[in-house]
Design a protein around this ligand. Sequence first.
Ligand code: GUN
Length: 284
Amino acid sequence: MSILIDGKKISAQVKEAVAAEAAALREQGIEPGLAVVLVGDDPASRVYVNNKKKACDFCGLRSMEYALPASTSEAELLALIAQLNADPAVNGILVQLPLPSQICEEHIIAAIDPRKDVDAFHPVNVGKIMIGDFDFLPCTPAGCIDLIDSTGVPIEGKRCVVIGRSNIVGKPMAMLLLHRNGTVTICHSRTKNLKEICKEADILVAAVGKPRFVTADMVKEGAVVIDVGMNRLPDGKLCGDVDFEAVSPIAGYITPVPGGVGPMTIATLMRNTLKAAKLQNGLA
Ligand code: GUN
């Protein structure tokens, strides 16, 4: 039976460290601020935004919410981004994705000042991650690395398989594992022999967006299994990309959903907001 990786506990430790540093910054008259922009009324996005605000409160960071109607035009959102870029009280800007179809996500991401891009989605920050010399950690992948590190299993030299090649998770995840000297394979919908490749993984990261996609026959005995999935089932329950019941007897370590990767994404966002405030005040 595998050991459960407790994302709630590990994220609390990260947020406590951020809170301690934020308190020290406040002593110097600096109050890190995060602007969170939500366009439309997608219920899942609303939950994520609320959780980000709660984490800011916990860490002693100032959060400013901008909730815009679903009918907002790209020009209107770009005008808000320009205003936030110019506001010295705003250290970090997060535009919750996905955006309504009339707005091009790439245009919005490119408009955010890279120094305030706490999601690390701007092409400048993506490039820096590729090079390995970056200010902001990609939130979900960095959270996954913390979870892997919590097991004590070293990444160096391990066979790492990432399922999914999104810009938000799959690609930066592969890059962080590579920076840690893992031997990395990225699998996707066109991959042949997916099962066989996954079964070779010492560290398996599932970021496919399909409920219970990773089955027991895809997992090596003793592997570290990180489940990035957050799928809503017809009965309203949340379910990961990994068939938890079937895989947990085989894996060495496994993350639950919820309570695994999700809280770590937010913890990294808090870290990035603190870092942004330090950088913008010449303290990092
Ligand atoms: N939507 C799903 N995940 C994320 C994330 O990490 N950041 C933003 N801005 N939107 C998201």
